[in-house]
Design a protein. Structure first.
Length: 154
């Protein structure tokens, strides 16, 4: 068995800098040098079961993957509102079927559902507009970073 000592923080940072571009390309995110140093420092402090640079590489990989997922995932409030609208539409359809069969005792609930649908549609429209604007800004920022990287200004 060959025993290899754990590198110091500066050496681990140097090793991660060599891998940084591969992880950035793989996940489609920009990884700053501050992120590399933080990965080394924080992994040394909080991940005690393993050694550098392995634990810092895993931390950087996980952080990059989570960032990519947050960029690609629709925000939870939007998803929740769409689910509420779907549930209301299903309930409304069931009530309309009951009313068509002569059970009009729940007509007040139908009016409440329609009001709630209007409220949710307006709120959803506002959130979708905001999310669309934020997404455009994020895409513009990422395009600028790619352009700067292509020009050699890493």
């Amino acid at each position: 068995m060959v025993k290899v000592d754990e590198p110091d923080d500066d050496t681990a940072c140097l090793m991660l800098r060599g891998l940084k571009s591969r992880y950035a390309d793989h996940h489609g995110v920009h990884i700053t040098d501050d992120a590399v140093r933080a990965a080394v420092t924080l992994s040394r402090r909080y991940l005690t079961g393993r050694q550098l640079p392995d634990k810092a590489v895993d931390l950087l990989d996980t952080a990059s993957a989570r960032l990519r997922m947050s960029l690609d995932t629709v925000p939870q409030p939007l998803t929740r509102m769409k689910a509420q609208l779907t549930a209301l539409a299903m309930e409304k359809q069931a009530l309309l079927e009951d009313i068509a069969l002569g059970n009009s005792a729940r007509g007040d609930r139908l009016a409440a559902i329609e009001q709630e649908e209007i409220r949710l549609i307006l709120a959803l429209d506002t959130l979708e507009t905001q999310y669309g604007q934020e997404l455009q800004l994020t895409e513009a920022l990422l395009a600028c970073r790619r352009d700067i990287s292509r020009r050699g200004g890493n």
